[in-house]
Design a protein around this ligand. Structure first.
Ligand SMILES: *Cc1c(COP(=O)(O)O)cnc(C)c1O
Length: 409
């Protein structure tokens, strides 16, 4: 008989052998004390930690306006939505949130999904059904959910070198002029912290008759006067065809959405399996997201403080010769380690000895030889927390003999 157990064990051993076995930290966030949390060790003992790698970039997952809206929705409407959007699962909360999101992004409509991952996968795969012969041009560093959607669509696809508009143009120029085309890219790339050239990409899209599909997952809430993302910051909201975002990162809750022309959203609504055949988000989540979006729109000071914190942390690392990856022009602070064993070791020591939690980023999330620690300082990370972090890193860089850069004064 087939030995199922050993097949699974072999699969795990393979991942371990490649040094990419993932160990999750068991955390309980402390309401009202973001970014602090309590970690439970395997032996059941507890430890206070400061979280330095959360994608709840602004601490909105703890914000009273969000929590109050969620509690009120539970009290008013109960727990689950009770169905798919089509079969009794469209509530007033969903409709109101979609309206708010559309307005935020300057679009006619928005469409909710159960996560950003599902939104990318469902939309990108469905576009290829709606537009037969669609040729997709995809940035080499696009997120796994975009790649999954593009592959599932099954049509012709070309990968252009990351943020390389010359390469993109050469691929566009080689495709038939009258074929439908889609350029799929992100604004802020979350591992390198670099930002795409939206205007340049839009210019190419116009020249070659392509649609643009922009994942703003790591920018929504964080950039632009009202927080609608890099497209707002760069003044091109109206020129991106489809914007895709998550409700789970800066917005602090969970879920995903696209914002686009009404016809685009209506077509995806009508065709995408990943939208149609799944229970819709609980009303409390959508109510929390709505409160969060309204708060983010009206509070640019949060974004100013967020950028200041990121710049402060970068400067502090650089003053110690700790290499912040030069690619980052955003709020993301990737620190280069360049070796998977060191990366994991430093991360383990930071946690056990210093109560500092930052997850190591190793292959296959990033290329081998570029292993890193990815810090995401929020408006709530204090100077004292930064002092403790930089002091701990400095000690470990010496102890583990990690290469330094010349210190920046
Ligand atoms: C996290 C992420 C997603 C998926 O969003 P979820 O809401 O977490 O499923 C999509 N795109 C990018 C670039 C991401 O980093």
């Amino acid at each position: 008989m087939f030995d199922y157990r050993s097949a699974f064990e072999t699969a795990i051993e393979q991942v371990k052998g490649e040094g990419r076995y993932r160990v999750f930290a068991d955390l309980k966030r402390r309401r009202g004390q973001f970014p602090q949390a309590v970690r439970r060790r395997e032996d059941g003992s507890e430890q206070d930690v400061v979280v330095w790698c959360s994608n709840d970039y602004l601490g909105m997952g703890q914000h009273p306006v969000v929590l109050d809206a969620m509690k009120a929705a539970v009290d008013e409407a109960g727990a689950g939505a009770g169905g798919t959007r089509n079969i009794s699962g469209t509530t007033r909360y969903h409709v109101d949130l979609e309206r708010e999101l559309a307005e935020w992004h300057g679009k006619e409509a928005a469409l909710l999904f159960t996560s950003g991952y599902v939104g990318n996968e469902a939309t990108l795969s469905t576009l290829q059904k709606i537009l037969p012969g669609l040729i997709v041009f995809s940035d080499a560093l696009n997120h796994a959910s975009m790649i999954a959607g593009i592959r599932q669509g099954g049509g012709e696809r070309h990968v252009f070198r990351h943020n390389d508009l010359n390469h993109l143009e050469s691929l566009l120029a080689a495709a038939p002029a009258d074929a439908p085309k889609l350029i799929a890219f992100e604004s802020v790339y979350s591992m390198d912290g670099d930002i795409a050239d939206l205007k340049g990409t839009i210019a190419l899209a116009k020249k070659y008759g392509a649609m643009t599909y922009l994942d703003e997952v790591h920018a929504v809430g964080l950039y632009g006067e009202r927080g609608a993302g890099i497209a707002e910051r760069d003044g091109v909201l109206g020129q991106i065809d489809i914007i895709e975002c998550t409700l789970g990162k800066a917005i602090g809750v969970m879920g995903g959405y696209i914002a686009a022309d009404a016809a685009v959203c209506d077509a995806i609504r009508s065709w995408a399996s990943g939208f149609i055949f799944t229970t819709s988000l609980p009303p409390a989540l959508t109510a929390g997201a709505l409160a969060s979006v309204r708060h983010l729109k009206a509070n640019p000071d949060l974004r100013t403080r967020h950028q200041e914190r990121a710049a402060a942390l970068k400067a502090r690392f650089q003053a110690k010769g700790i290499r912040v990856m030069e690619t980052s022009t955003s709020h993301i602070v990737p620190v280069f380690v360049g070796d998977p064993v060191h990366c994991k070791m430093v991360s383990d020591m930071l946690l056990e000895e210093f109560g500092i939690y930052v997850q190591p980023i190793n292959y296959p999330t990033v290329p081998r030889g570029t292993e890193r620690l990815r810090f995401t300082p929020s408006p709530d990370h204090t100077d004292a927390m930064m002092d403790a972090l930089v002091e701990a890193m400095d000690q470990l860089w010496t102890r583990c003999n990690v290469a330094r850069m010349p210190a920046v004064a």
